[in-house]
Write a new protein. Structure first.
Length: 128
């Protein structure tokens, strides 16, 4: 089965610059939930999550639910990406790209960021 759709969970968050749900100073924040593959169809269970960062220090937690109307207790973690920002003080930027497949017929999906203290989250995508 080929990937038929993609979602952007996070797009261009630069540490210290307010954008969307990020106020520019919080280390921990959640982004808006989005309808996932299971909301639209009962077929397919493979979701590919892509993380694209630059000198990022913090964690990106991708959460999902199978409920059609999620509550705070509906969400569970499907993958956590930890960025170590190890070259943030170097003269060259450290770009990091990672892809992770997760299995589940999720109805809603979202990203949370914790311990965000430097760098850029270029994007986090989910394709299914």
């Amino acid at each position: 089965m080929s990937k038929s759709s993609a979602l952007n969970l996070i797009t261009n968050l630069d540490y210290g610059t307010a954008n969307g749900n990020y106020d520019g100073s919080s280390a921990d924040f959640a982004l808006d939930e989005q309808k996932a593959a299971g909301f639209f169809s009962n077929t397919g269970t493979t979701n590919t999550i892509g993380f694209f960062t630059e000198d990022f220090l913090g964690a990106i937690i991708v959460q999902a639910t199978v409920d059609t109307t999620p509550t705070d207790s509906s969400w569970f973690t499907v993958h956590t990406f930890n960025g170590d920002g190890s070259s943030a003080n170097d003269s060259t930027a450290k770009y990091w790209n990672e892809v992770q497949n997760v299995t589940g017929r999720f109805t809603w999906i979202r990203a949370k960021v914790t311990d965000f203290t430097q760098g850029v989250i270029l994007k986090v995508t989910v394709s299914y």
